[in-house]
Unconditional design. Structure first.
Length: 221
């Protein structure tokens, strides 16, 4: 698998609280140079990026990030604002408290509400696997599928752990045919990136793709 193929799966990400416009511009310029799938940025920068780069980059942003415990109405409003600003993709965080309470109907309803809010744009659902049991992960695969979301995503990158190969295999066994997979968090080598793609991930969320693929250890890619 060559570098161009790997980059085509990457959501080039910068979500640090201290992210500056200078850093966001660098991210976008790298995105243009390497032809990544999207840039994943804080919602406050969406309009500025769209105004500056136009259709040179696909803009993704996050909603309910990183803890997911905002009310659904707040997440819907945040989603609508991001779409109005020009976001093409939204990565939402579920309410993990609802999961721990066994209220999977509420989780499904929230995902469905945000899918309605994005319209024909892409919705990815972050379930934050590091906090979940195997049974909860399986139930959330069902929620994401029933709600009509486009992707299930492993992690925010702000939790206690990121994507694992075992979770990707579990997703593949339990999501519906129209749901794709995004791995995020803990992707540190070119071998990691290739492994996750070959396991079935359509997208990879990482802030380090350029560094990884231009480093000495990126031989062969």
């Amino acid at each position: 698998m060559n570098k161009a193929s790997i980059f085509s799966h990457v959501d080039h990400t910068l979500l640090a609280a201290t992210s500056s416009w200078k850093e966001i511009k660098k991210l976008c310029e790298e995105a243009v140079e390497y032809n990544v799938a999207s840039v994943c940025i804080p919602s406050g920068y969406v309009k500025r990026v769209v105004d500056t780069y136009g259709d040179k980059v696909t803009v993704c942003t996050v909603v309910g990030f990183p803890l997911g415990y905002q009310k659904t109405e707040i997440k819907v409003a945040e989603t609508r604002a991001a779409i109005l600003d020009g976001a093409e993709e939204v990565d939402m965080v579920i309410n993990i408290g609802d999961v721990k309470n066994g209220d999977f109907g509420l989780v499904t309803a929230e995902i469905a509400a945000l899918k309605e809010a994005v319209g024909d744009k892409i919705l990815k659902v972050i379930i934050e696997t590091c906090y979940l049991t195997k049974e909860e992960k399986i139930k959330l695969c069902e929620c994401v599928t029933k709600a009509g979301a486009d992707y299930i995503k492993t992690s925010t990158g702000f939790g206690t752990a990121g994507a694992t190969r075992e979770d990707i295999l579990l997703f593949k066994e339990n999501i519906g045919p129209n749901v794709k997979i995004k791995a995020a968090g803990g992707i540190r080598t070119a071998e990691d990136m290739v492994d996750f793609i070959e396991l079935g991930c359509e997208r990879l969320g990482t802030s380090s793709a350029v560094k990884i693929l231009s480093g000495d250890k990126a031989y062969g890619y």
